[in-house]
Design a protein around this ligand. Structure first.
Ligand code: AP5
Length: 209
């Protein structure tokens, strides 16, 4: 399955990608995770991305398109992938479409997780991630085990989350009509228990929960 997960910041893209990765037997490819790894490793790419990420702005298209192009060439992505957080602009969507057309492997589905803005701030500010496993927790809805090594993302402060939401509205929301026109878009209600949302996502993909 060649799948894109779309949705505003904190809508549950990472949580849902982790939940369906084994079922789809396809890797999760998250540009946010790749950029944070580059930042943690102190690479030139990470240093370039940092200012944008800390400010809640999008990293330039050329940077993320290059990252994804390289990642999709890896053997584990040959038979499918779950893209989480990419594309985020029309230019990124065009580049992805062109790349997949060259490979003769077009996108099969785009799933948008719909979550109202009022819930986004609570979801993101109380998010914690286990830095050893990458597992995503929430202090209220999905509490971490006592031995987790928790990280709080620098861009999960309330003012930055609001800026990320504004960027989503300005740059990424345009991908809904874009993929609707291509007949690929499925919209899923992202509110409810994570397992309920997973069942809805699988249903949208035509798979039983
Ligand atoms: P990125 O890491 O992609 O951030 P995002 O899109 O803002 O999404 P998040 O990771 O914040 O949220 P999510 O939807 O994955 O939600 P999650 O499952 O964690 O990008 C970060 C930055 O990198 C960007 O701002 C930008 O600077 C840069 N970047 C990345 N990609 C880029 C691109 N393509 N182009 C340009 N720049 C790019 O869930 C959130 C919380 O809610 C968790 O605590 C979770 O436990 C909880 N939760 C999940 N589901 C539920 C539920 N059903 N009920 C209650 N709580 C839930």
């Amino acid at each position: 399955m060649r799948l894109v997960l779309l949705g505003p910041p904190g809508s549950g893209k990472g949580t849902q990608a982790n939940a369906i990765v084994a079922r789809l037997q396809a890797p999760k490819i998250s540009t946010g995770d790749m950029l944070r790894a580059a930042l943690a490793a102190g690479t030139p790419l990470g240093l370039e991305a940092r200012g944008y990420m800390d400010a809640g702005k999008l990293v330039p298209d050329s940077v993320v398109i290059g990252l994804v192009e390289e990642r999709l060439k890896e053997p584990d992505a040959k038979n499918g992938f779950i893209l989480d957080g990419f594309p985020r602009t029309t230019a990124q969507a065009d580049a992805l479409g062109a790349l997949l057309a060259r490979l003769g492997k077009p996108l099969e589905k785009v799933v948008q997780l719909d979550v109202p803005s009022e819930l986004i701030v609570e979801r993101t500010t109380l998010r914690r991630t286990d830095k050893r496993t990458g597992q995503i927790y929430h202090l209220k809805y999905s509490p971490p085990p006592p031995d987790a090594e928790l990280e709080h993302r620098a861009d999960d402060r309330e003012e930055t989350v609001k800026q990320r939401l504004a960027q989503y509205e300005a740059m990424t929301a345009a991908l809904l009509p874009y993929y609707q026109r291509l007949g690929l878009l499925m919209r899923v209600d992202g509110v409810g228990e994570p397992a309920e949302v997973t069942a809805r996502v699988l249903g949208a993909l035509g798979l039983a929960a």
